[in-house]
Design a protein around this ligand. Structure first.
Ligand code: ZN
Ligand code: ZN
Length: 369
């Protein structure tokens, strides 16, 4: 049979027209998806240690309905389906958690249709949907910690709804950087507690290489260097649940390319809001600033940004057996030696501050200043 007449054949299979260029290779959409999926699967191969009948590890995949976590879901789902169809060991199973986006940020963007598309396109998975303020149900001990943390700026009224209670706490924190910072800490806690209650051993986060680089840079700027070991690197978190970042070898732009050739995701993903040129830089949180910076610079020098995330992944947690940790974010307290030397001793300004780390103290409502 004569070979197909192709204008510009895919460099991999040479059997289809190329559609996408990735890392200087021109690939058809099938070969492109395979290339991206391979980068993810090799990160999760540790969970395939058991044979067909071996125990399955339960993982939790938090899906924000943004591009990255949705692409991760698609890759894991496709892989699982292939394995089941071919009688090959799956090794792990995963549950999906959606924290209602409208309860995290008041963007006013409706997402019910995206959620319905998620359920429709991925029917073989357990999908849970919980609001941010269910943190009062999943981690009831956080109320006491929030009160200590915010001091007189936050008066909790347990007769009010969880939604109002969380809103009151968030309102006590004044700057955008601090609010984003504390939100991230609380969201992580909520997802961890959900994972534990639903029997998941690991959480697989949908952070791209670009996002991890932004987190590493912002973490240092915010005095949270010591928690980078679990916010950016794969390994055990302080709460006894492992954290994995299987998208760490992929740039955000590559995930956007993947989404563009994935019909199943077109109704699921809520597109990123284009950065508004009108927003004053001083009104952006450090996290947003760093993400913009990494995305701009990463487009020009992808290797540099990849290096930031790769270097941060080599951080080892300091020996922490029995050492006191922060009540809010679980970072080590006190003078931390070694690779996480950004945390410094709390010069206890009052009786309560000694239970919070330097990073958390910086985001605290500034009643003491
Ligand atoms: Zn191909
Ligand atoms: Zn802390």
């Amino acid at each position: 049979m004569p070979a197909k007449e192709l204008n510009k054949p895919c460099m991999e299979c040479k059997d289809a027209e190329f559609e996408l260029t990735v890392r200087k290779r021109q690939l058809c959409s099938l070969c492109f998806k395979r290339f991206i999926a391979h980068k993810v699967q090799s990160r999760l191969s540790v969970y395939r240690a058991f044979g067909l009948d071996g125990p399955k590890t339960q993982l939790l995949l938090p899906v924000s309905l943004g591009v990255s976590s949705s692409v991760l879901l698609h890759i894991l789902n496709t892989d699982r389906q292939h394995r089941l169809d071919n009688g090959r060991p799956v090794g792990y199973d995963f549950k999906i958690l959606v924290i209602e986006p409208s309860t995290v940020a008041a963007t006013g963007i409706p997402f019910d249709q995206n959620y319905e598309a998620l359920q429709k396109n991925f029917p073989m998975h357990t999908i849970s949907r919980i609001p941010f303020h269910s943190i009062f149900d999943y981690a009831p001990e956080m109320v006491g910690i929030m009160k200590e943390y915010a001091g007189s700026k936050f008066i909790d009224d347990s007769t009010r709804s969880n939604e109002e209670r969380l809103a009151a706490f968030r309102a006590s924190i004044s700057t955008p950087t601090s609010r984003t910072d504390v939100d991230t800490v609380l969201l992580t806690r909520l997802i961890v507690e959900f994972a534990k209650k639903s029997g998941c051993e690991s959480i697989i986060w949908g952070d791209s290489d670009s996002r991890l680089a932004a987190k590493a840079l912002a973490g240092v700027a915010k005095g949270r260097g010591s928690s980078l070991t679990w916010q950016v690197s794969d390994g055990m978190s302080p709460w006894g649940v492992r954290f994995e970042y299987p998208l760490r070898d992929l740039y955000k732009a590559e995930l956007l390319q993947y989404e563009s050739v994935c019909a199943e995701l077109s109704d699921v993903v809520i597109p990123d809001q284009p950065p508004s040129e009108n927003v004053l830089t001083k009104n952006l949180s450090i996290d947003e600033l760093m993400l913009r910076y990494v995305q701009n610079q990463g487009a020009k020098y992808p290797g540099v940004m990849a290096n930031v995330a790769r270097t941060a992944n080599k951080l080892n947690p300091s020996a922490s057996d029995g050492a006191p940790t922060c009540a809010l974010c679980a970072s080590l307290l006190g003078n931390v030696k070694g690779n996480s030397g950004v945390t410094v001793a709390n010069q206890a300004e009052d009786n309560h501050s000694s239970q919070f780390c330097y990073g958390c103290m910086r985001s605290r409502p500034d009643e003491l200043c």
